[in-house]
Design a protein around this ligand. Sequence first.
Ligand code: AMP
Ligand code: ZN
Length: 468
Amino acid sequence: MILYNSLGQTKQEFIPYFKGKVNMYTCGPTVYHYAHIGNLRTYIMEDVLEKYLRFAGYNVNRVMNITDVGHLSSDADTGEDKMLSGAKREHKTVMEIAKFYTDAFFADCEKLNIKRPDVVEPATNCIDEFINMITVLLQKGYAYTAGGNVYFDTSKLDTYYVFGNMNEEDLAVGVRDSVEEDENKRNKADFVLWFTKSKFDSQELKWDSPWGVGYPGWHIECSCISTKHNGEYLDIHCGGIDNAFPHHTNEIAQSEAYLGHKWCNYWFHVLHLNDARGKMSKSKGDFLTVSLLESKGYDPLVYRMFCLQSHYRKPLTFSYDSLDNTAKAYDKLIKKISALSKDGTPDTAKAEQYIYSFKEALDNDLNTSLGLTCVYDVLKSDLDDVTKIYLIDEFDKVLSLNLTKNEIKSNNSDNNEINAEVENLIAQRTKARAEKDWATADAIRDKLKEMNVVLVDTKDGIQWHFEN
Ligand code: AMP
Ligand code: ZN
């Protein structure tokens, strides 16, 4: 498989540390609010990557953290903790907020057919591991204490900006709002590993540590949780592009300083989902959620398909018009598939070349839109129905669009539109027949057939239904 690696900024052949096994880590959600569909774009594409690796025969161990402590709105010793501001907003405790939004996140994932990672670990479960890693970093001279906090000393590294020439815009997003200079830092790029002193001392969750009662910085959690469950050698680390700097840059700094060797080989970053106002972000408040799409009549899997139609390394712009187009395409696809006959035995020998094409598409830096085209190619082919179903089921192990299992639930207005079109064509055909315009009547009959419409002559006139 060829994957684009942010480390080196090139497409590279994927070779795991251990033959046949892939250790994978995903930055999990910060659970102070609902995930928006931008966050979920990232999780959908990571899910496809995980499922494709399994499809290709790898044994995958995927680990995800839940950020239920830490994550400041700014990366300096400034900016309120997002969890704390969420708790204040909803008059709940931080842990209540964390539980509520963690459950909501996994409920959204289920609707989008995003598989739950093998290991899901909340940051608050791992305080001992954070303290241990920070202790080792201090012992090795990679960290220092100042003003009550523990900082990572970036001047001790040969290379800190490992993702090199990422564009300025990406870097700026990662830095986030309101970065003020923290005077305790020896170098501008240094970052906090453990806080005991912060402008926001009202922090609800605090733990005892060798450096005083306090709480961990954000980056340390991912380094610790990954090494705890994936060991010292990580194959693929995933996240949205805004995580590349400073979060992933800092993760690499502290993990490699701690381990004393190279840690993660491949960095998989998903580009942002934007709306008309730019990057969709939780802090902007009114963002789109899966529930909102559902309330407007969309099947969540239509959104999954919308994401798969474009490449994960291209920014994607959301609009209802484009989602409507996907909803129509999804409905048509499901109808075509549900009209296939399930009788017989698949011809697996004939199916092979189609599996090959599907693999070729995904092997090329996860080209999901070409993967979707493979479904259409199968439908158009002269394969028998049951072999088509077999192949589509195989592809759906990765695409997870319920292609052979779904019934049309998506945007009803689209269904109404299709129904209206059918009714209109039937009326035109009746008129053409009455006028003995057989050519037009036949042309309309062929069009209806193409749409899988079955006409039935009854004493009450012509009735119709979709072929199933
Ligand atoms: P958060 O819960 O804010 O920590 O973000 C969870 C994941 O969503 C991270 O991997 C982010 O990089 C990613 N993310 C944030 N905003 C967007 C966006 N607009 N489009 C795609 N991914 C995003
Ligand atoms: Zn992370």
